[in-house]
Design a protein around this ligand. Structure first.
Ligand SMILES: Nc1nc2c(ncn2[C@@H]2O[C@H](COP(=O)(O)OP(=O)(O)OP(=O)(O)O)[C@@H](O)[C@H]2O)c(=O)[nH]1
Ligand SMILES: [Mg+2]
Length: 458
């Protein structure tokens, strides 16, 4: 049985804002002695009332040296971010002042906090569940609007609520089974097995709907790896620049200009993409170009999306067709480039793939290309999350798959005539997987993994 972590009883302190030049820095102290620590660095403060912001002289507790004047606020447990007594101090920013105040807090009896330790305490005190804690990390680290929206939704318990509904449904099914088992001698079971099966099937369907968002939800964090490929001179670098809106890659009229892969982040309607411009694909005896083509192939193997560039005005040649045939259509967008200079002809090779004609020179077709990229990479979750929560981490998907498979195993066991009380152990396992997901009972190594990636002070 996993054992919940004991509640820590020491007092931690950290600078919560980033190091560097800035008007204000925020320091946090949390734990049972937070108020004592505050009194030792701000001895002139007198009475301190919760949630009242006070200007205080901040001194080193041993030397008595005045370090700064700052605004301090005391949050009495349990009405604080962590659920423990907490003090927040806004001091002047910069590299030195906050560090000196932190040194004073440590000299006054606090311990330097580990990354994510404040949020970890909030979790241990039941202020947040694990999904909400992860959402806090996403709010801090997220670089795309779409991930930000998902994180806000998750912080508001969007996914947590859905998971707890599923858990309730499974527990409801367990209750129906317990009820049936209690009346073994009845001729007619009080709860028809069909009703129990229907309720388990309903849970599987709902888990499946959540899991369907996972591939795209997980892409929100890293961005969809989108590789531009095609023959030399097909306009890849020009398209790369046009999508980025800056002249990042070198463009010339001589084939073989791009040698190394060039990567840049781009946002399309707030959804994150990692664009990669590559060397043109062709047979070559040039060693450097050959290495560049090798790199291109490696990128292509790991790509979420491939933008294959073929100049307009001519059908795709045999090499291009062979290449196109090797890419799964759901990952492929065929781009007919330089549409301003050449008429775009119909082409049999285009039939299977989404095809967009563009001109990097005039911008024609770029909007359609952006829409195609969005649809291909994020089609399933576009516009979300409104009502529907998203599965944005592998950890979530893994737990949901376990819950789904265990519920399925329960149904199989029932079909095989396994007595219901034994079949029901699978439902227990499904409930446990969902409880792990929200962190109802989590072992320390799960917590270490979740909180270890946080910044100090959060
Ligand atoms: N008229 C027109 N010319 C274009 C367009 N896009 C690219 N070109 C020209 O086509 C040539 C090749 O463009 P690049 O973007 O360097 O092509 P590339 O595929 O990156 O070439 P390599 O790096 O050599 O593989 C340059 O002379 C560009 O100016 C376009 O939309 N319209
Ligand atoms: Mg190029």
């Amino acid at each position: 049985m996993p054992v919940p972590s004991p509640l820590p009883d020491d007092t931690i302190a950290a600078i919560a804002t980033p190091q560097g030049r800035g008007a204000v820095a925020l320091l946090r102290v949390s734990g049972p002695n937070a108020l004592d620590v505050l009194r030792r660095v701000a001895p002139a403060l007198g009475d301190v009332r919760p949630r009242e912001q006070r200007l205080a002289a901040l001194l080193h507790p041993q030397s008595g040296e005045l370090l700064d004047r700052g605004l301090v606020t005391y949050f009495a447990a349990p009405a604080s971010y962590t659920g423990d007594d907490t003090v927040e101090m806004a001091t002047h920013g910069g590299v030195l002042t906050p560090q000196l105040v932190l040194d004073a807090l440590l000299a006054a009896g606090a311990r330097a906090a580990e990354p994510g330790e404040f949020t970890r305490r909030a979790y241990l005190n039941g202020k947040l569940d694990l999904l909400q804690a992860e959402a806090v990390a996403d709010l801090i680290d997220g670089r795309s609007r779409a991930l930000h929206r998902a994180a806000v939704h998750q912080m508001e318990r969007g996914l947590s609520r859905r998971v707890s509904e599923l858990r309730d449904a499974l527990i409801g099914t367990e209750a129906l089974i317990a009820y049936s088992i209690d009346f073994p001698e009845e001729d007619e079971p009080p709860v028809p097995p069909a009703r129990i099966q229907a309720s388990a099937r309903d849970v599987i369907g709902r888990i499946q709907a959540l899991l369907a968002t996972a591939p795209e939800g997980e892409l929100l964090r890293e961005g969809a790896l989108t590789v531009l490929a095609g023959r030399p001179n097909s306009g890849k670098s020009s398209l790369f620049n046009a999508l980025l809106g800056t002249e990042r890659a070198i463009v010339t009229d001589s084939p073989g200009t791009t040698r190394d892969a060039l990567e840049a982040s781009a946002s399309v309607d707030g959804y994150p993409f990692r664009l990669v411009d590559t060397a043109g694909l062709r047979e070559t005896t040039d060693r450097v170009e050959g290495m560049g083509i090798e790199v291109a192939r490696r990128y292509l193997a790991g790509a979420d999306l491939v933008l294959f560039c073929v100049v307009s005005g001519r059908p795709a040649d045999d090499d291009e067709r062979a290449f196109l045939a090797g890419i799964p259509p759901e990952r492929l967008v065929l781009v007919r480039t330089k549409s301003d200079a050449h008429p775009v002809d119909a082409d049999a090779a285009d039939a299977a793939a989404v095809t967009v004609a563009v001109s990097a020179a005039t911008g024609a077709g770029m909007e359609a290309l952006r829409r195609a990229l969005l649809g291909k990479a994020f089609g399933g979750i576009l516009g979300g999350p409104g009502e529907a929560p998203l599965v944005t981490r592998e950890r979530h998907a893994r737990a949901l798959r376990t819950a789904r498979d265990e519920t399925g195993a329960f149904l199989d066991a029932m079909n095989d005539g396994v007595p219901m009380e034994f079949a029901a152990t699978h439902l227990r396992a499904a409930v446990a997987a969902l409880e792990d997901l929200v962190g109802a009972v989590s072992v320390d190594d799960v917590l270490d993994r979740v909180f270890g990636t946080f910044c100090v002070g959060k």
